[in-house]
Design a protein around this ligand. Structure first.
Ligand code: BG6
Length: 463
């Protein structure tokens, strides 16, 4: 393994910081939505706002050399007028200085879903002004933190927050509306290009990319119907983000199809030129599983999400596009995520062939219910999951892919959006009930040893 390979963990501001209304932080759309719906929220989360030093020290002691985290827009910008909150700047400066102290390379996301509520109130991602505001916020971050950060990303997972927020309706703002989904998707990708333009024009050092919830698509057979379904699924899951961010173009067949039923006049030629011009330097891929599909022409569209942790609740059936099916021979988590490491190998090979850009695996992990009251949490399932996925990365590198880093989701337990804190991903347990005590799980020590031995610990297997 190359000595510069980045090994670390990833978090998101809303999911770990807590301190939701501290030091003049503005309300985010997630604060607002979860409070209003009276759902389990991230008001305290892992209290990283006050414990970041301990968390970063533990990452370093665990052999990790990088930390992927996001900046909270509502912590940094107080209002629509763009007033900067110096206390927010101070907080992230302390995080970055702590990373430096512990020889941890920061990998920073500008947007991991916590839109300021003052922007949501005037339309959020449906409002074009928010694209401009995002670029202005990005500029503030580049100016204040530019000398401390070499790896930036604009958005975390546009597919996930746009489709969940505007089509499925299980995330804020909770719409179930295809036209709105298209508009939000376009605006987010346009905002991505505006932030990259600011980065290039400002001559900031380092590189800028995007992070995508990557789910490589497989078909149930080789029939022509399945191949067509696979293309629809790939456009829906991956291409509108990756083609647009990396090649500067929305998939033409997707746009042609949608334009038959929807008004796409919001796609302005001058903006499409900007999207073409300002593309990413690298791609971050979050990998949890692949998508296995078959054709779906009868029956209605049904999109349902498993937030309960009871197997069998999720459904993705899009009329005339595709149906997501399960392979019964593979294990799934309680939240219906298929465990399929081969998909990571195949996906990296595919993404590298298509985009020819450096790749980082920016999230990978397994969410489970765990008893963290015991002295030593023996999370063998997580070790086995990580072994198999890191093996898949090694295989992809052997096949010629330029993969530069691996981030486990997550270095410590976090709040998991609508699933609350019972769905745990961390290498370090957080006692959310009793004083936020941190306790390394067996996987923490395994990951440390794996990094120290430069991957020699990985049980190799080829697919
Ligand atoms: C990714 C997100 O989609 O998956 C994270 O970037 C998220 O924010 C992670 O927490 C796991 O998903 P979940 O819903 O199980 O927390």
């Amino acid at each position: 393994m190359d000595n510069h390979f980045l090994w670390g963990g990833a978090t998101a501001s809303y999911q770990c910081e807590g301190a939701w209304n501290v030091d003049e932080k503005a309300e985010s759309m997630w604060d607002h939505y979860l409070h209003q719906e009276n759902l389990e929220n991230g008001d305290v989360a892992s209290d990283h706002y006050h414990r970041y030093e301990e968390d970063i020290r533990m990452m370093s002691e665990g052999g990790q050399n990088t930390y992927r985290f996001s900046l909270s827009w509502p912590r940094i910008i107080k209002n629509k007028e763009g007033e900067i909150n110096l206390k927010g700047i101070e907080f992230y400066t302390k995080i970055l200085d702590t990373c430096k102290k512990f020889n941890i390379e920061p990998f920073v996301t500008l947007y991991h879903w916590d839109l300021p509520q003052y922007w949501e109130e005037i339309g959020g991602w449906l409002n074009h002004d928010v694209c401009v505001a995002f670029a202005q916020y990005a500029k503030v971050c580049f100016e204040y933190f530019g000398d401390k950060i070499s790896l930036w990303t604009t958005f975390n997972e546009p597919k996930w927050f746009v489709v969940n927020g505007y089509k499925i309706g299980n995330y804020p703002p909770g719409y179930q509306d295809t036209a709105k989904t298209m508009q939000a998707a376009y605006n987010v990708m346009y905002a991505n290009s505006l932030a990259i333009e600011v980065f290039r024009e400002g001559n900031y050092s380092g590189e800028i990319g995007i992070v995508h919830s990557y789910t490589p698509v497989n078909g149930v057979d080789d029939s022509i119907e399945t191949k067509i379904a696979m293309r629809y699924a790939d456009n829906y899951c991956n291409n509108w983000i990756l083609d647009t961010a990396a090649l500067g173009e929305f998939p033409i067949d997707l746009i042609a199809y949608l334009s038959k039923s929807y008004d796409i006049s919001f796609m302005k030629p001058e903006e499409l030129r900007k999207i073409k011009q300002y593309t990413v330097d690298f791609i971050g891929l979050n990998y949890y599983s692949r998508t296995l599909v078959k054709s779906y022409t009868e029956g209605e569209t049904q999109l349902q999400f498993n937030h309960s942790g009871k197997k069998g609740e999720s459904k993705v059936l899009i009329k005339n596009w595709f149906e997501q099916v399960k392979d019964p021979s593979n294990e799934t988590t309680e939240w219906d995520t298929e465990i399929y490491p081969k998909g990571l190998q195949d996906g990296l090979v595919e993404a590298y062939k298509r985009y020819k850009l450096p790749l980082y695996v920016t999230e990978n992990g397994i969410g489970v219910r765990e008893d963290v009251s015991v002295d030593q949490i023996n999370d063998e399932y997580r070790i086995s999951f990580m072994n198999d996925h890191i093996n898949a990365i090694f295989n992809a590198i052997d096949l010629g892919c330029d993969v530069r880093g691996y981030y486990v989701w997550s270095p410590f337990d976090l709040y998991s959006w609508k699933n609350g804190v019972e769905k745990r991903y961390g290498l370090v347990a957080v006692d959310f009930v009793d004083n936020q005590v941190r306790k390394p799980k067996a996987s923490y020590y395994w990951f440390k040893k794996m990094i120290e031995t430069n991957g020699a610990l990985i049980k190799r297997k080829s697919y």
